[in-house]
Design a protein around this ligand. Structure first.
Ligand code: HEM
Length: 164
């Protein structure tokens, strides 16, 4: 090949060789942008969602309530509480324990249970409620690690519920 032919051919290949990797990486980058969400690690589901959200609360309410009312040791605290309102309160209780959306503060928990403390509410009753919560979740087939997380949330309200 003559030098006059070689130089333009050489330049052509050199330019092509420099440009093409850039163009190709641009194209594959575009692919990455489109699939961007897939590359990001999946968002961690909240405990409430992992348990099944509102549907799980509804499923748990009946079992939990049945267990609590069948427990002679704590039933007196629930006597005289309007059933309709009580169902709503059980739901509120479970939503809270499941780590779901609720608007209760520690102060609300203190005030909501203060009259029960006058009736003798103490740690031993709290332990019974935790036991029923655990049994309810086990009956629903909730995995142990999630049960432990629920119990930890319920446990974190102990001092507020017992007003100390
Ligand atoms: C695990 C900790 C507990 C949590 C997170 C909890 C949560 C709640 C919530 C959210 C309410 C509804 C408050 C309202 O809207 O007025 C409530 C009410 C109630 N809780 Fe608890 N609770 C706990 C422990 C207990 C215990 C240990 C007892 C008794 C053994 C109990 C008995 C009641 C009763 C009887 C009511 C209804 C009060 C009334 O309206 O007269 N709770 N609780």
């Amino acid at each position: 090949m003559h030098l006059e032919t070689f130089i333009p051919v050489f330049i052509m290949f050199a330019v092509f060789g420099l440009i093409m990797p850039t163009v190709l990486s641009g194209i594959s980058d575009k692919g990455r942008v489109t699939g961007g969400e897939a590359v990001e690690p999946p968002k961690k589901q909240s405990l409430f969602d992992q348990l099944g959200g509102n549907a799980a609360v509804n499923a748990a309410v009946d079992i939990f309530y049945r267990r609590v009312l069948a427990d002679a040791y704590v039933v007196r605290f629930f006597e005289g509480v309007d059933m309709e309102r009580q169902a709503a309160k059980q739901k509120a209780f479970l939503t809270m324990a499941f780590g779901g959306p609720h608007s209760y503060t520690g102060k609300d928990m203190r005030e909501g249970h203060r009259h029960l403390i006058k009736m003798g509410l103490n740690d031993s009753h709290f332990d019974h409620i935790l036991m029923h919560l655990r049994a309810t979740l086990a009956e629903l087939g909730v995995p142990n690690n999630l049960i432990q997380q629920v119990i930890a949330i319920a446990e974190s309200t102990r001092n507020d519920v017992l007003d100390r």
